[in-house]
Design a protein around this ligand. Structure first.
Ligand SMILES: [Zn+2]
Length: 274
C-alpha cells in the first residue's frame, strides 16, 4: 500500500516554526478559541509540534486548527503539571487520556476484605493503606480480580464473591485459589499475600506537614511548582511568589500525584520548604 504523505498545513507552518525548542505546553486552537482542539506538552515544543502529522486523525486536527499557542516552562515537570491543569480547565476536544470521568477511588486495606473508598469521602493524601487510583468502582474491583487471578487469592476472602459458610470457592476446586476458603492456608497468610500483590499500587501519604516547592532550573531560569497534599497549586519564579500560591486546604489530585510522586520520592527533585 502506498504511504500516504501528509504535508504540514501552510497556515500553521509559521506558528510551528516560531515555537522555541524548549519545554512547555502547546495548544492547537480552532475557530472557537475558548475550546482548544488539543493540548500537549514536550521538552522540545517545536520538534513535538512539527511531528504532529503521523496519521489521519492528526492531519484532520491540523486542518481544523487555526492557530498554535504555547506556554513555556523551565523543565519537564512544569510542562506535565501545566498540561494536566489546562486539560482539566479547558476541555480540549481531542485529549482523552488525561480526562477524568467518574469518581476517583482507591482500594483500602484493613483487617478484612479490601473496600473501595472515594476521594470525596476521605483524604487520599493522608489516609494510610490505600492502593491504586481508579475512575470507578468497577475499575477498582476489576484490578482486584486481576490480582486474585495472578496470585491465586480467594474471591470469597476478597469480598468479590459470597461463599456459603464452610464451603470452598469454585476456584479452589480448579486450583486457582490458594485455598484459604477451605483451610489450606491461614487468613493471615492470605492477607499477607494480598498485601504483597497490592504493594506496587500502594499510595504514598503526603510526607510533609505543609506545602513544598519543587524547583526546576535551566541556567538562570527557575520555576517553583507549589504542591500540597499531592495537589499542584501553580508555579512561580521566586520563593515569595510561591508562598503566595500555597493553600492549606489543597486536596488530593490524581494527576499531580502521578506526575510528582516519582521525582519527589526518588529524591531527584530539588525541594524547597514553604
Ligand atoms: Zn477460595
Amino acid at each position: 500500500m502506498p504511504r500516504i504523505s501528509y504535508r504540514y498545513p501552510d497556515h500553521l507552518r509559521a506558528d510551528a516554526e516560531a515555537l522555541p525548542a524548549m519545554p512547555g505546553v502547546y495548544l492547537f486552537l480552532g475557530e472557537d478559541e475558548s475550546l482548544p482542539l488539543y493540548i500537549g506538552k514536550s521538552v522540545n515544543l517545536r520538534a513535538r509540534v512539527l511531528s504532529h502529522l503521523r496519521n489521519r486523525s492528526e492531519a484532520r486536527m491540523l486542518r481544523a486548527a487555526r492557530r498554535i499557542s504555547f506556554q513555556r516552562t523551565v523543565g519537564e515537570i512544569g510542562a506535565l503539571l501545566l498540561e494536566a491543569r489546562l486539560v482539566k480547565e479547558r476541555y480540549p476536544l481531542l485529549n482523552r487520556q488525561l480526562r477524568r470521568k467518574g469518581r476517583l477511588c482507591s482500594l483500602r486495606l484493613s483487617n478484612s476484605a479490601p473496600e473501595v473508598v472515594y476521594a470525596q469521602d476521605i483524604d487520599f493524601a493522608r489516609e494510610p493503606q490505600l492502593f491504586g487510583l481508579f475512575n470507578s468502582q468497577a475499575a477498582a474491583l476489576l484490578r482486584l480480580q486481576e490480582l486474585a487471578d495472578a496470585h491465586k487469592l480467594c474471591l470469597g476472602a476478597l469480598g468479590l464473591e459470597k461463599l456459603p459458610k464452610g464451603r470452598a470457592c469454585f476456584r479452589a476446586l480448579l486450583g486457582r485459589c490458594g485455598g484459604v476458603c477451605r483451610g489450606d492456608e491461614t487468613a493471615e497468610a492470605h492477607q499477607h499475600r494480598l498485601l504483597e500483590a497490592l504493594q506496587d499500587h500502594a499510595l504514598t501519604c503526603w510526607p510533609w506537614e505543609g506545602g513544598i516547592g519543587v524547583v526546576e532550573r535551566d541556567g538562570e531560569a527557575q520555576q517553583i511548582h507549589v504542591v500540597h497534599n499531592w495537589c499542584y497549586l501553580g508555579s512561580a519564579e521566586t520563593p515569595e511568589a510561591a508562598r503566595a500560591l500555597y493553600s492549606v486546604s489543597a486536596s488530593f489530585d490524581a494527576d499531580s500525584y502521578k506526575i510528582l510522586c516519582k521525582p519527589i520520592l526518588a529524591g531527584t527533585a530539588e525541594i524547597l520548604r514553604l
